[in-house]
Every structure is written in structure tokens, then in C-alpha cells.
Design a protein. Structure first.
Length: 137
């Protein structure tokens, strides 16, 4: 199995995530081939930060992990919230209030109402809100 790229499955191709040490040394063309050229510097900054802080991050609660990930250059609030939710399984920090999230959730389940707000989600318009500063998924 290759260290990164895609693998075919009965449900279609699945992306294989490269290890941080691979991300740091991938050529620009590798990012372009998988459609992440725009995000190359953010992905490489995240890989470097993971190498430096990954062991410490593993012990953090969701709120502290969001803050730590938000310190990575080019990682905005939406990404920090969503990555933390996915990693910890604590979806109370997921950016449920984000318009893009709500739009796609509604398209998937149009008859099911979306929650009006998350108890731990920052209020829309605040600097900490996932959509602040133009951050989008």
C-alpha cells in the first residue's frame, strides 16, 4: 500500500493520509495532483507543528486542543474546531453553526431540523466563531 495517495475500495477511492514527515518533503506537484496545492503551506505547517507538539496534544481536552491547533499558521478557527471534533469525538466543539455546515446538512436531511445553536459554539460574528475572518470549510 502506498504511503499516500488513494486506494480503490468497493465504495470508491479512499484518500490515504501521509505521515507528517512525508508531508514536509512532498514536491509541489504532489499537492497539485490531489487538489491541495492551495493548502500546501498550511498542511506543511500543520505537519511541522504535529512533529513538535503531537505528543502533548494527545493529552489535551477538546477546548485546549482547539486553542493549540489555532496557533498553527494558516489554520483558522473552523479547521481547529472541526479537526478537534474529529480527533477527540467531542462534537460539542464542531462548528455546527457554520453556514456551510448547516447548508450541506440540510441538503442531506432536508426534513430534519438543524439545532439553533451549539452550547459551546462561539456566537456568530465573534472573533472566535468558525466563520470569522472568512474561514470556511
Amino acid at each position: 500500500m502506498p504511503p499516500y495517495g488513494t486506494r480503490d475500495t468497493p465504495h470508491g477511492p479512499v484518500a490515504l493520509t501521509p505521515a507528517p514527515e512525508i508531508v514536509l518533503y512532498l514536491p509541489d506537484d504532489a499537492f497539485r495532483r490531489v487538489g491541495t496545492a492551495f493548502h500546501r503551506t498550511a498542511l506543511q505547517a500543520a505537519a511541522m507543528a504535529y512533529q513538535q507538539h503531537g505528543d502533548n496534544w494527545a493529552a489535551l481536552d477538546a477546548d485546549d486542543l482547539v486553542k493549540a491547533l489555532g496557533d498553527i499558521p494558516r489554520v483558522g478557527p473552523w479547521t481547529a474546531f472541526a479537526a478537534t471534533a474529529g480527533h477527540t469525538g467531542d462534537f460539542s466543539v464542531y462548528p455546527h453553526g457554520d453556514l456551510a455546515v448547516r447548508t450541506w446538512a440540510h441538503r442531506q436531511r432536508p426534513t430534519r431540523p438543524c439545532p439553533t445553536a451549539s452550547a459551546r459554539s462561539p456566537p456568530p460574528g465573534s472573533a472566535a466563531h468558525p466563520t470569522a475572518l472568512g474561514s470556511t470549510p
